[in-house]
Write a protein that binds this ligand. Structure first.
Ligand code: ZN
Ligand code: ZN
Length: 371
């Protein structure tokens, strides 16, 4: 595991103190300046992220609204043609959403942001350079550079969207096409989509890891062959795993949000699913994107809860096949499983410290059943 040591983000505090020692005051001033500019930069990224997601959700709502209106008007006396028509639409819709977001995350990781945000130096370019030797070191020789990224990505996206769009068939007839709930609810609904998706996936995922039979039956090892995954590989799952995951993050979370707020609009549904896709993709990117706070509409809360560490946590989960079972870090902190596996090189660094915010009683219960 020596490879990680050269690979952590450059901004970490442990890398700063090799030159002549400045006075404590000037050191503090430069530290506060640096953290101020870091916060401003992050807020800029955050505005760009939310702006993109709102615009994208608005665009797909505009495109698909007339089609869905037409489908709503169809006589559903012939259930099979009606189902096929609505399913074809939701499949196209899900594919548009997921493919765009996953591709964007991959492009940002590989071509836009610097290597310094990568949690490990193993990524595509390094793998290509290492050639065959990496088969032993890095597990299965998956690399989109070798296998034809677009073809692989499109086929896996299509496979992911088959069950996703079945869930959408259930939800779309319930969505409001012509009415819009109050705007102030949108941030809360998006956050509910992330939190409930995280809770449901945490439950499924920890069950897979604690019950060997379930791990094997659901073919979770297929997903774990990607010890150092990339954004779009987040949905490269075994078949049972795929079905359960789509239920957890594409349906259960929508259901819970609807229970709290009542019926959702088509735009809200699109936006919630967009952010869920973003969470899943950035978690698998292995890159600490500065726009990801875990709380898109109020980033300070996300940073305070350390939800932005979900990327490092899921990367560590893939590297070591252990701990941190959720996608947002919320459920892990709630149940006390927000931990880095022993030996994870970033675990000792102050900026990567994880909190167990909802301390004590639940952790005691979880510890007693060895979660
Ligand atoms: Zn994963
Ligand atoms: Zn796992």
């Amino acid at each position: 595991m020596k490879r990680h040591r050269s690979a952590s983000p450059a901004s970490d505090s442990t890398t700063t103190s090799t030159h002549s020692s400045p006075s404590p005051t000037s050191h503090q001033q430069s530290e506060s300046k640096r953290s101020m500019s870091n916060i401003l930069l992050r807020l800029t990224y955050y505005a760009m992220e939310v702006g993109f997601q709102l615009a994208f959700a608005h665009f797909i709502t505009l495109v698909y609204s007339p089609i869905l209106r037409w489908l709503h008007g169809m006589p559903n006396t012939h259930i099979v043609p009606w189902f096929l028509a609505i399913y074809a639409t939701t499949l196209a819709l899900s594919l548009t959403q997921y493919f765009v977001i996953a591709t964007l995350v991959d492009l940002l990781a590989d071509y836009v942001f610097p290597d310094s945000i990568r949690l490990a130096a193993h990524k595509r370019s390094k793998q290509l350079a290492d050639g065959e030797a990496r088969k032993d070191q890095w597990g299965a020789p998956y690399d989109y550079g070798h296998r034809g990224y677009l073809v692989n990505h499109m086929l896996f996206s299509l496979r992911w969207c088959v069950p996703m769009s079945i869930a959408a068939v259930m939800w779309i007839p319930r969505l409001m096409l012509d009415e819009n709930p109050p705007l102030w609810q949108i941030p809360l609904k998006v956050q509910c989509g992330l939190v409930f998706g995280d809770l449901a996936y945490w439950l499924v995922h920890i069950s897979q890891h604690k019950c060997k039979a379930l791990y094997q039956w659901s073919d979770h090892s297929y997903h774990h062959q990607f010890r150092h995954p990339w954004g779009s590989a987040g949905t490269w799952l075994g078949t049972v795993d795929l079905l359960v995951a789509t239920f957890a993050i594409g349906s259960f979370n929508i259901y819970c949000t609807e229970l709290i707020f009542g019926r959702l609009s088509l735009f809200e549904y699109m936006l919630m699913i967009n952010f869920v896709h973003e969470m899943n993709c950035v978690d698998h990117s292995g890159c600490e994107f500065p726009f990801w706070s875990g709380c898109p509409f109020f980033p300070p809360l996300g940073y305070w809860l350390r939800l932005d560490k979900s990327i490092a946590m899921h990367e560590a989960h893939h590297n070591y096949n252990h701990y941190s079972y959720g996608l947002l870090g919320f459920a892990d902190q709630f149940f006390g499983t927000a931990k880095y596996p022993p030996g994870y090189p970033l675990a000792d660094r102050p900026s990567y410290r994880l909190t167990q915010i909802f301390d004590k009683p639940l952790h005691a219960v979880c510890a007693s059943i060895r979660l």
